[in-house]
Every structure is written in structure tokens, then in C-alpha cells.
Design a protein around this ligand. Structure first.
Ligand SMILES: [Ca+2]
Length: 327
């Protein structure tokens, strides 16, 4: 009798464990992560991460540093100050984040912007209701290796941006870093990305309305806003090789495309104007990438340009930068 009860208990326990695993695995691609959730991210089709995400630290624990920097607008040099948080991300690597103040901005392409596509319109006023941190640079290969123990990039160099990373890889990186640092690390929403890229400007690029490869790493042989062609380096370059934007961020235009957390949606079907974010609605959805790349035409580097891409895509123009959520 006792043996029979033991067997029953074993069967029930096995079933409960099986159900738990099923629930975790069936979560599929993560859309949003709140503290204490158990996460599963996929790399090469395998679940590779599963850990408790610790609660974020409070703002009392911040140790920011003020940094002065130079930026360019319409060819004129200006001075700015950024508030930088430096995190030890393990593996001997650090990562710098710039604090972005909450506020409102016009998201999307204005009427009359040359070569703007229908998906970039209508332009509308969007509110970002909380401060957040965003990477001063794209995630580098040294940082990616320190966190994920992988080095997938085509072009090799510790200070080059990591590429050949999918949306799944980028999300897995965020989850690992969240667990390691106790901060809520995530990909920027598309709105957070464009807000940070524009940094208060309204032109096609944060430095003006022309690009031919001189102020951002792209295919300058196909210029934008000018008939004068420029450089096409045919490779990524070290992060921070070009001037910062007015909020102190580098390479928001060009170098590598940057995965955003959102799945693609048309602006005109999307009424939310506060902290807009679109989670996945079907397995056919595409993710958003922003900012253009070393491989792309200058027009694709515009602040308003939206690329939709399958989340599993791993090509040498795909990279990312990460945010820290404060709430
Ligand atoms: Ca970029």
C-alpha cells in the first residue's frame, strides 16, 4: 500500500514538473520581463537561459558621473553634458549608459522629408513617461563575449559592435545581464530608440539633413540630402568613431542596425501615445530595427526609418544596444 502511494506521488510529482517545464518552454519569445519572472530565451533554437531576474536596484544606489562631450549640428561644434552610469557586467568588461530624461517628441517622419516611406507616417507626438538609461554605444564584441561567452561577429575586434546577432540573441543577452547586474536590462522600445536618437532635434539625422558617410558609418556612395558621394568602408568600425548626438550617444546612425523590443506595427493603427510598445501578436510578426548600418544606404540611417526584420535573422549588419528601465 505504502509502495503504491509512493508510486502515485512520484507520478503526480513528475506530472507537475512536466507541466512547469511546459509552461516555461511554451512562453516562447519574451515580450516583456518583470522582476522575479523566470525567463527562457532561445539561441540556435535551444532554450539556453533560465534564471530568476532579481528586483532592480533603487535610484538611491545610482552612481552617475557627469561627462562633458562635443557634438555637431549642421557642422557647428557644441558642448554638452551627459550623465553616465558605468556598470561592471562581469568577465572583466564594463558598459556605459547615458541617462535619458523623460519627455515628449515628434515620432516618425515629417511631411516633406525626402524619401520617407509610408510606414514612417503619420508623425505624432509621443510621450516617454519615465527616465531611462541607454547604452552610450552599441554593444561591443568584448561586452557580448563577457556576458554570453560567444563571438559570432564577421568583423573581429573587441571594440567593434557585435553583429550576426538575432533578436533572440539580443534578448537573451539582456536577460543574462539583468540576472548578473540586478538591473532591469532590456532592448529599447522603438519609441525610446527614436527619442534618444533625435535628442531634441527634428532633422533627418541628429547632425542635420545630409549624410554621405562622413558623420556615420554607412554606404556613403549612395548619399542622402546631397549629390556628393562619400565613403563606403564596407565594414563596421569601433564604437564611438563618429561624433555623439546632443545627448551624448554614439552611432545611433549607421555602423550596425539596432534591434528594438517592439514588433512591427503601422503607426496609423496604433493609438497609444504614451510609452508606445507593440508586443508580438502572431508568430509571423517581424521585429523592428533602427538606425541603418555600415552596409545600408544613407537614407536608411534616418532617425525615422523603420526596418522590419524576422527575429531570427543573423547577418553582419545586425547589432543592438541596451536600456535600463527605471520604475
Ligand atoms: Ca547603430
Amino acid at each position: 500500500m505504502t509502495s503504491h502511494r509512493c508510486q502515485c506521488l512520484c507520478v503526480v510529482a513528475t506530472f507537475v514538473v512536466f507541466l512547469s517545464v511546459l509552461v516555461v518552454v511554451s512562453r516562447g519569445q519574451p515580450a516583456d520581463l518583470s522582476s522575479r519572472e523566470v525567463g527562457v530565451a532561445h539561441h540556435d533554437g535551444r532554450p539556453v537561459l533560465r534564471h530568476e531576474v532579481a528586483p532592480i536596484l533603487t535610484e538611491d544606489t545610482l552612481t552617475e558621473q557627469e561627462q562633458e562631450f562635443e557634438y555637431l549640428i549642421e557642422g557647428e561644434k557644441k558642448k554638452g553634458t551627459r550623465r553616465v552610469l558605468t556598470l561592471d557586467i562581469g568577465g572583466g568588461a564594463k558598459m556605459e549608459f547615458v541617462r535619458i530624461p523623460k519627455g515628449t517628441f515628434l515620432m516618425g517622419a515629417p511631411d516633406g522629408e525626402p524619401e520617407a516611406l509610408a510606414g514612417e507616417k503619420p508623425q505624432r507626438r509621443v510621450e516617454i513617461t519615465r527616465d531611462y538609461y541607454i547604452g552610450k554605444y552599441e554593444v561591443t564584441q568584448a561586452q557580448y563575449y563577457a556576458v554570453s561567452d560567444m563571438d559570432p561577429s564577421k568583423f573581429k575586434g573587441g571594440r567593434l559592435p557585435v553583429e550576426r546577432v538575432s533578436w533572440d540573441d539580443a534578448t537573451a543577452f539582456c536577460w543574462t545581464l539583468s540576472g548578473r547586474t540586478h538591473w532591469k536590462v532590456e532592448l529599447p522600445t522603438e519609441a525610446q530608440w527614436e527619442y534618444a536618437c533625435r535628442a531634441g532635434t527634428t532633422t533627418s539625422f541628429h547632425f542635420g539633413s545630409q549624410l554621405n558617410g562622413g558623420l556615420a558609418n554607412c554606404d556613403g556612395e549612395i548619399p542622402y540630402g546631397t549629390k556628393t558621394p562619400g565613403a563606403y568602408k564596407e565594414t563596421t568600425v569601433e564604437v564611438g568613431s563618429y561624433p555623439a548626438n546632443p545627448w551624448g550617444l554614439h552611432d545611433m546612425h549607421g555602423n550596425v542596425w539596432e534591434w528594438c523590443r517592439d514588433f512591427y506595427y503601422p503607426y496609423d493603427n496604433f493609438a497609444r501615445l504614451k510609452d508606445p510598445f507593440q508586443s508580438m501578436t502572431s508568430s509571423e510578426d517581424s521585429c523592428i530595427q533602427r538606425g541603418g548600418s555600415w552596409y545600408g544606404y544613407a537614407r536608411n540611417c534616418r532617425a525615422a526609418y523603420r526596418l522590419n526584420c524576422r527575429p531570427g535573422s543573423r547577418v553582419s549588419s545586425n547589432g543592438f544596444r541596451v536600456c535600463i528601465r527605471l520604475d
